[in-house]
Design a protein around this ligand. Structure first.
Ligand code: FES
Length: 159
């Protein structure tokens, strides 16, 4: 990739998008957002391409990527688990659910496991406060979750 050529269709699409932008720092955030949409995360190749195309030092691009929490530098796991820590869920003990998930999956909150099977993150309200606490796994929503339910939920996502 350092020579600017690639066979990766996502990177080709990104390059096409970047070519239409103003080549300055004002385009950086929107370029990174588009890269993340296309690829699912900000790979080294994508970050390099953004910096090179917009004439921004790659170190500066990395600085922006690491500053904003909505940018990811690793792919999401096959199962993207989110535990709501919004007020309604928090007071109904969602932090204990989060801890149980982290323990059973043997991973840190806010990370993707090395085998890329699970990501475990928190969110601030999933819009279902009346059924708190809420856990989401990909498109599946679990309501009124108790700590004792966590192992059963995980069992649905073992393959
Ligand atoms: S606070 Fe958790 S769904 Fe609203």
């Amino acid at each position: 990739m350092p020579d600017g050529r690639t066979d990766n269709p996502q990177l080709i699409a990104l390059q096409t998008y970047l070519n239409g932008l103003d080549k300055d720092e004002g385009s950086l955030i929107v370029a990174l957002q588009r890269a993340q949409e296309l690829i699912g995360y900000l790979s080294e190749d994508a970050i390099f391409m953004v910096g090179q195309t917009l004439n921004i030092p790659v170190s500066k691009v990395y600085g922006v990527v690491t500053f904003y929490s909505f940018f990811r530098t690793r792919p999401r796991g096959k199962y993207d688990i989110k535990v709501c820590l919004g007020t309604a869920c928090f007071v109904r003990k969602s932090p204990a659910i989060l801890n149980e998930l982290a323990t059973l999956l043997q991973m840190e909150v806010g990370t993707t496991r090395e085998d890329l099977k699970y990501s475990l993150n928190t969110v601030r309200c999933l819009g279902a406060c009346g059924s708190a606490p809420i856990v989401q796994v990909n498109d599946d929503l679990y309501a009124n979750v108790q700590v004792s339910d966590v192992a059963g939920i995980i069992r649905r996502y073992l393959d």
